[in-house]
Design a protein around this ligand. Structure first.
Ligand SMILES: [Zn+2]
Length: 318
């Protein structure tokens, strides 16, 4: 069953899909190890909760849900066009899952699998992943760290005060992929005013220079100011601002993009936050994100950005 919601204006839309179609095992193996796939598959037969680690559990339905999330994510990268952008409302999220481990509520890395399959099938040759979840997407970073065909940029809470404890400015990739991982750690209560600096000084210039053919977004909403597990300070309008900046990049580069739900634990307000974020992608919607003048970027963000620039100076003009 696939149901598709498309905004009435077909020339500039965002769509939501509900699907019970599962990915193939071969899709999972484009990123994850066979042993890991087998471990997750076995949870189908487990009564109760199987804990992979302290905070990532599965029950007998989780394998199916995780395989569906990968399938939707892969469809999204093939179905998104310059005029129609797919938002994957999936759980479990994916950006903490590494090649061989689940982590941080994530089982399979939806965005990394989709990106790798698109590269393998030569749908695209260069893909940029932008991750604005509160937490560093360590799984996506490890999977892509040696790959110069996938640019991974993440804004996240400083690993000294937040899970998963990595994502410092100097973790910029390895081997041929050096310079193609760009972690931007932000301090306590960082808001859209801090993110504005990140977009203007690092994110937009690097993506523009990389010239991706596709932009995949790890859209996490736990950077929200009232998220129960977050320490950042992005407002509802801030997510509309982030959506506007991403739309601006895709318009400038004339490329499609798709969005993958990651974190976001204020469940009552999550629909409102997602709505604010996608509003710039809906042509008829007049709500375009603006930053409240009362919010200003903190001095430590300027220092962080300078650290990142210093690390990346050999790879990008910043
Ligand atoms: Zn998160």
């Amino acid at each position: 069953m696939i149901e598709k919601w498309v905004n009435s204006n077909l020339s500039d839309t965002i769509s939501f899909e509900i699907s019970d179609k599962m990915a193939e095992k071969a899709d999972i193996l484009s990123v994850h190890t066979e042993d890991y796939h087998t471990l997750v598959e076995k949870t189908k037969n487990y009564e109760g909760h199987f804990y992979f680690d302290a905070d990532t559990a599965a029950n007998r339905y989780s394998y199916e849900a995780a395989m569906q999330a990968v399938q939707i994510g892969t469809q999204a990268i093939f179905e998104s066009t310059k005029n129609s952008s797919v938002f994957c409302l999936v759980r479990p999220p994916g950006h903490h899952a590494t090649q061989h481990t689940p982590q941080g509520f994530c089982i399979f890395n939806n965005i990394a699998v989709a990106s790798q399959i698109a590269l393998n099938k030569k749908k695209y040759q260069r893909i940029a992943i932008l991750d604005f979840d509160h937490h560093f997407g360590n799984g996506t970073a490890y999977i892509t760290e040696a790959n110069p065909n996938i640019l991974y940029i993440s804004t996240h809470a400083d690993p000294r005060i937040s899970y998963p404890g990595c994502g410092f400015s100097d973790e910029i990739g390895i081997g041929e992929g050096r310079g193609y991982n760009v972690p931007i750690p932000l301090g306590y209560r960082a808001s859209e005013a801090d993110l504005e600096l990140c977009f203007d000084e690092i994110i937009t210039p690097i993506i523009t220079q990389f010239k991706p053919e596709f932009l995949a977004i790890s859209a996490g909403f736990d950077a929200y100011e009232r998220d129960p597990i977050g320490v950042m300070g992005v407002t509802t309008d801030g997510f509309a601002y982030i959506g506007s900046k991403i739309k601006e990049i895709t318009n400038t580069l004339n490329i499609p993009c798709a969005h993958y739900l990651e974190g976001g634990y204020n469940i009552n307000l999550l629909p409102e936050l997602v709505s604010a974020y996608i509003s710039p992608f809906i042509k008829e919607n007049k709500m375009i994100g603006k930053i409240d003048p009362a919010l200003t970027a903190r001095a430590e963000t300027k220092i962080t950005i300078q650290h990142s620039k210093n690390e990346l100076t050999d790879y990008w003009s910043l």
